[in-house]
Write a protein that binds this ligand. Structure first.
Ligand SMILES: [Zn+2]
Length: 497
């Protein structure tokens, strides 16, 4: 069946989207949530397991304090209230990657609740309400083998790895976000980006979407202006920031085409496909699954001491948005200039280059100019370009000291990027230093004067502007290594101008 999809701009002129995001973050604790098993990535299947995380009869869980602390810090950074008393709950469902056949989670008593996160989109501040931040344990992983796709369809057998089972997982759920109109996809992306930066600044997770330590489900619905909110779908498998934006956009267009044709939206999970950028239906949620939640009887309730929570709050680092704002002021950048720094992923690099001694303007010039151009050409991230902030600061130091001019500095940077060594080393080894020694330059200047008698006469008669042509001639014979200022002074001196 082929249907022509409506255009996005036309759809958002008629329908109002409402989005919501559920994010799972794997905490970077040393041990699992309820046992002492190590959590590091990799390892032979089923080697990082014990009776507790395998759910063997008679084993008893004990909550990981570091994970509780990390969750409270996330909650505080998201402006949440912290529960004075709450419990873990059993979420009962049967799935092979859950050894206990229930997951220890939180239900109606989340550890953190009622917060918000401010994000910037197009220079506007959008406040995203946070409904809850709760703590739970991750499941294991199922591997389907024998089929072509790695999916269960066509597989001859399924294998289960419980290394991940029991790793602490924080779930962060937003309130529904209405009123963003055409910007809904950008708002969704900005939220996940900001959330990632906040959690990274807390140092509680490496929040890598591609490795699955940050996972995101996107809820989308459409309604006509003034009407009730529509039925929402939940898009899973959204594995990059760009995909968050694409998933919302494609789901808005799809739902509009269904509604336009007089159909109705089914409440279901959908799967996002990186390759095509669209979603396909997964599990229907029309009949609510009964997870038979009840308070976990093997764990004592959580009652974080208010003094401890206040201490954690006082020790929170500066939040990324405020940090960026402060840098922008220090660097004296306009909003548009700061945006281009952000888009290039250069904030930290410039910050570190300035810390290593370069001026903000110089640091920005190198990272957004020569190095960004190279990164684009070779398709690598700016941070992986091969030059460090310290090297860029050293290079600029050589320029400031008059040892390199712009052209020579670019040649030295080329060597830095290809791993030839430090800027000073490359400058010395390749003999790229600016020649400002008058003795060495006088011969070249005299040669240029002799070769261009007409120009020399002009300068002698007071047309000093003509000196530029002779400076150019000297730069040519010295292969760009002469100090232009010294050359100019020498020319005027020799010609008595
Ligand atoms: Zn264990």
């Amino acid at each position: 069946m082929t249907t022509t999809l409506p255009a996005y701009d036309e759809v958002v002129a008629r329908y109002e989207p409402v989005i919501g995001l559920e994010t799972h973050v794997e905490l970077g604790t040393n041990t699992k949530m309820f046992c002492g098993c190590p959590t590091d990535f990799g390892g032979e299947p089923n080697t990082r397991v014990c009776p507790v995380c395998l759910g063997l009869p008679g084993s008893l869980p004990v909550a990981n304090k570091a994970a509780i602390e990390a969750t409270i810090r996330i909650g505080l950074a998201l402006n949440c209230s912290i529960a004075e008393w709450c419990r873990f709950a059993r979420k009962n469902y049967f799935y092979p990657d859950m050894p206990k056949d229930f997951q220890i989670s939180q239900y109606d008593e989340p550890l953190c609740f009622e917060g918000y996160l401010d994000v910037e989109v197009d220079g506007e501040l959008v406040r995203i309400g946070i409904e809850r931040v709760h703590l739970e344990e991750d499941t294991g992983k199922t591997l389907h083998v024998g089929g072509a796709t790695g999916r269960i369809h066509g597989a001859t057998e399924s294998l289960v790895d419980y290394n991940r089972a029991g790793i602490p997982l924080v779930e962060i759920v937003t309130k529904p976000v209405p009123g963003t109109g055409a910007l809904a996809p950008e708002v969704a992306r900005a939220y996940v980006t900001e959330l990632r930066d906040v959690i990274r600044s807390l140092g509680v997770s490496d929040v890598r979407m591609e490795e699955g330590s940050l996972r995101c489900d996107v809820n989308t619905s459409l309604n006509l202006p003034g009407a009730q909110w529509g039925t929402r779908t939940e898009t899973k498998n959204v594995n990059s920031l760009r995909s968050v934006e694409r998933a919302v956009r494609s789901e808005i267009i799809r739902q509009a085409s269904v509604l336009d044709a007089g159909g109705r939206i089914t409440q279901e999970t959908r799967h996002f496909h990186e390759d095509t950028g669209d979603t396909t239906p997964g599990r229907s949620k029309e009949t609510a699954t009964d997870y038979r939640y009840f308070p976990e009887p093997d764990l004592v309730p959580l009652a974080p001491d208010t003094a401890w929570v206040a201490e954690l709050k006082a020790a929170l680092p500066e939040l990324p948005r405020l940090h960026r704002r402060r840098l922008q002021e220090q660097w004296g950048l306009s909003d548009a200039d700061m945006q281009s720094v952000l888009n290039a992923g250069a904030v930290e690099l410039i910050e570190q280059t300035v810390a290593a001694g370069a001026s903000p303007a110089a640091a920005r010039k190198w990272w957004l100019g020569e190095l960004s151009r190279r990164a684009n050409e070779t398709g690598v991230e700016l941070a992986d370009i091969g030059a460090t902030p310290a090297q860029v600061a050293e290079l600029q130091g050589l320029v400031d000291a008059g040892k390199l001019n712009d052209k020579l500095a670019r040649a030295v940077l080329e060597g830095v990027v290809t791993g030839e060594g430090s800027p000073t080393q490359i400058m010395t080894d390749r003999g790229l230093e600016v020649v400002s020694d008058t003795g060495a330059l006088t011969a070249a200047v005299d040669e240029a004067i002799a070769a261009n008698p007409d120009i020399a006469d002009k300068i002698r008669s007071g047309k000093v502007a003509a000196a530029g042509a002779l400076v150019g001639a000297v730069m040519k014979t010295t292969r760009g290594q002469a100090d232009a200022k010294t050359v100019r002074e020498l020319i005027l001196e020799r010609l008595g101008a």
